[in-house]
Design a protein around this ligand. Structure first.
Ligand code: CDP
Ligand code: MG
Length: 747
């Protein structure tokens, strides 16, 4: 075994594990930017070690603000903070000056738009102002009493962290008067009057109660982000306001181009709240950086070791994998530097992060130390981090890209827009003068970054949204009042997909399956697998697999010095007959047998955090199943039932082995795809498979691959494939050995 691995390594064939997927994405990034980079064959080439003598070259000198002045300023601020009561802090926010004007406008107009810089108090203050106002009115108008104010956020982290802050401001326990509601987590109660929630959760609530009776008003926050759910909420709440004269809507945005919103909301008045910000010096690199992750870490230490404290550093990365990789690297370097460097505190900020760890980013930095916050886009406008004086911006983010022709939906690392770059830079100048270090050249800024990002609704797969709209009774999507309509092709594709899933009938209206699918806050493909599992009696197993498939973080760890051990640990769970999906089931079940032991994860090189999240999601799904009358059932050793259930959702992702015996062709579009090197089936290569998703790196790779019997396709999706299409593939010949066999292998 060991020899085989070593041989493979020499040949450069060793696979990349999930935790190293970001390295693949570096290549994807280069593609997206259309920058020609030398192909890198072996993963060793991507490894970066921080070298204290190495420094990035900037187009202007790294100017630090006069250290003396900076120190004084920080001390002053700290002193001010200490004596300032919460009430005083609230009154010092820019938005406070406009409180009465805003409330007067709200009294007069049903819909208003508030534009103010990040940190002005939009998210924390506006909902409290509205609540006060409605409480005053409720004295005269009893129908208003007890109603809630909702404030929607595109991001979970923003909803939870702000709710906590506002609970403090209002002197109540989180979950009492102030609460939050995000997917799979509800922290509200009977007493809750102010509810922070993701935009997706408010849409779900609308499905249950379209009257929206429990809300006096809604604040659609972060509207400039243009998330799909925010756009849909805009349309639905605009309509709701027409029918309910007492209802109030505030649309809040951090960017100045609110004209389009105003126009959309029938010329709603715009409030521009001027915010005081400090100047930010912008630096670009002299040459472009191939590996931005390494460059970001280098930049961090360049700042940390050469610039006087205080001043925290904020680094924007594209996701959990990148953040964890960078954090590990930074922590290692700190250890190596030992007492030669001042204290550096590493904080992470991304949506799957444990909430206690999230809050660490918001805690004040102790004197003499510096904090580095490794964050996704969350820190761009959604949350306020005081004390950041340095921003490092590699210029990338993860974006959905949907190709309606192939039906391929992928998360691609894409250059950000210049509007985002400006927001990111602004984060350095909240409390004092700051510096933004852009890890790209000035030329790239003008030639590669678009002016602004198109709204998500024009970039993503819409089947979930269409399903939700249908279940809200909105049948005519062509005439739906989208702020920016999606392309008709993408809408048609979504309808087709839902029809193939059995969610819509010939007339385009929701079937009973469709209604059930809509109950699950999941991609309809995954929800369909659960319903089919109910029919085939393997709900327990399929729920586990669905929860594991939904887990976005890395599951299998591969530390540099223990790769062989890690790989052999992984192979103990792998199921050649059941593919990656059944291997995930094996992992979860073994962990469950160990009584969810963290040590079990350590010994088997599994990410404990990812498994815990999968368990939480699974628990929530079990509760939801109860609601749609899906009873628990188990088919411990019946792989066929489990695989059939999964096929009933993912039939559109079926592929067959090509003649070359290496690549695959998708059955529907004959697109060439490959099994991802990290897949259990990388060597077996069964004749017919389905995959969970496609990732585009150096090739179109299928991830989460599972062998199927092609005849199942006709059985589970009779409308999707043309008559005889499956039979023509030469089915009926012998299936690869071992298909459909019972039992858990490899252990
Ligand atoms: O929404 P907007 O960006 O306009 O500002 P906000 O989130 O309401 O934040 C207003 C102020 O509240 C910030 O300047 C922070 O000082 C404070 N805040 C805090 O201390 N802790 C939080 N979790 C959120 C806000
Ligand atoms: Mg905000």
């Amino acid at each position: 075994d060991k020899l085989e691995v070593l041989n493979k390594r020499r040949k450069g064939e060793e696979y990349k594990s999930e935790s190293q997927l970001w390295e693949d994405e570096v290549t994807a990034r280069a593609r997206a930017a259309q920058v020609q980079k030398p192909a890198r064959e072996r993963e060793e080439d991507y490894e970066f070690v921080f070298d204290t003598t190495q420094a990035l070259k900037w187009d202007t000198e790294l100017k630090s603000v006069d250290p003396q002045k900076q120190m004084l300023q920080a001390q002053l601020e700290a002193a001010e903070k200490r004596v300032k009561s919460i009430e005083e802090v609230r009154k010092s926010l820019p938005i406070y000056q406009y409180k009465e004007q805003i409330l007067a406008a709200v009294a007069e107009h049903q819909i208003i738009i508030v534009v103010a810089n990040t940190g002005s108090g939009k998210t924390t203050q506006l909902p409290q102002y509205l609540l006060e106002m409605f409480d005053r009115q409720a004295v005269k108008n009893a129908s208003l009493s007890g109603k809630m104010v909702a404030c929607t956020q595109p991001r979970r982290v923003a909803a939870t962290s702000v709710a906590k802050r506002v609970a403090e401001e209002m002197g109540t326990k989180l979950g009492h008067k102030v609460g939050y509601s995000i997917r799979f987590e509800d922290k509200t109660s009977e007493q809750t009057r102010l509810k922070y929630m993701t935009d997706g959760m408010l849409l779900r609530e609308l499905m249950g109660d379209p009257s929206l009776n429990s809300y006096s008003s809604v604040i659609i926050d972060e509207a400039h982000e243009r998330s799909i759910n925010t756009d849909i909420l805009c349309a639905i709440l605009k309509d709701h306001a027409r029918a309910n004269p007492d209802f109030r809507l505030i649309v809040s945005s951090a960017t100045m181009n609110a004209q389009a919103f105003s126009k959309y909301f029938d010329d709603a008045p715009i409030f521009n709240v001027p915010g005081s910000t400090f100047p930010v010096h912008i630096n670009y690199t002299v040459a472009s950086e191939a590996n931005y992750l390494a460059a970001a870490v280098t930049t961090l230490f360049q700042i940390h070791l050469s610039q006087p404290i205080p001043g925290d550093v904020l680094i924007f990365l594209t996701g959990e994998d990148e953040i964890e990789a960078a954090a590990t690297n930074v922590e290692e370097t700190i250890r190596k530097l030992g007492s030669r460097a001042p204290e550096l505190i590493v904080c992470r900020l991304y949506s799957g992060l444990d909430s206690a760890l999230q809050l660490k980013a918001f805690e004040p930095t102790p004197p003499g130390a510096r904090k580095v916050i490794l964050s996704t886009n969350i820190a761009e406008t959604s949350v306020t981090l005081d004390g950041v004086r340095w921003v490092c911006d590699p210029g990338y983010e993860k974006q959905h890209h949907f190709d309606s022709r192939t039906g391929m939906d992928s998360l691609v690392i894409t250059p950000i827009s210049r509007a985002s770059a400006a927001q990111r830079a602004g984060r350095a100048g909240r409390t004092a003068e700051g510096t933004c270090l852009r890890l790209y050249t000035k030329h790239a800024y003008y030639s590669e970054l678009p002016e602004s990002t198109p709204p998500e609704i024009q970039r993503a797969n819409l089947s979930s949204v269409v399903l939700q709209l249908k279940s809200l009774g909105i049948n005519n999507l062509i005439d739906f009042d989208f702020p920016d309509p999606p392309s008709p092709d993408v809408l048609a594709r979504a309808l087709e997909e839902l029809y193939a899933l059995g969610a819509l009938n010939d007339g385009g209206s929701l079937t009973s399956i469709g209604r059930k699918l809509a109950e699950f806050p999941l991609n309809p493909l995954l929800a369909k697998c659960i319903l089919e599992a109910d029919r085939l009696g393997c709900v327990d197993e399929v729920l586990t697999i669905v929860a594991m498939l939904g887990e976005s973080g890395a599951l299998f760890l591969r530390p540099k010095d223990k790769r062989i051990l890690a790989d052999s640990a992984r192979s103990r769970f792998s199921s050649k007959e059941g593919g990656d999906q059944l291997s995930l089931l094996n992992v979860y079940n073994s962990w469950a047998e160990s009584d969810y032991d963290p040590m079990f994860c350590k010994e088997n090189f599994l990410q404990y955090r990812s498994l815990v999240r999968a368990r939480d999601v699974r628990d929530q799904l079990v509760k939801l199943c109860d609601r749609v009358e899906v009873a628990p059932s188990s088919a411990v050793s019946d792989h066929v039932a489990i695989r059939k259930s999964l096929t009933s959702g993912f039939f559109a992702n079926a592929a067959r082995l090509a003649r070359d015996g290496q690549s695959y062709r998708t059955i529907k579009n004959s697109m060439t795809v490959w099994i991802h090197p990290s897949s259990t089936l990388n060597e077996t290569r069964p004749r017919f498979v389905i995959y969970g998703e496609l990732v585009l790196t150096t090739k179109e790779y299928m991830r989460n691959v599972m062998p199927i019997d092609p005849l199942w396709l006709n059985e589970v999706a009779p409308h999707f494939f043309k008559e005889g299409e499956i039979e023509k593939l030469g089915v009926g010949k012998k299936m690869p050995k071992g298909q459909g066999k019972v039992g858990v292998d490899g252990r």
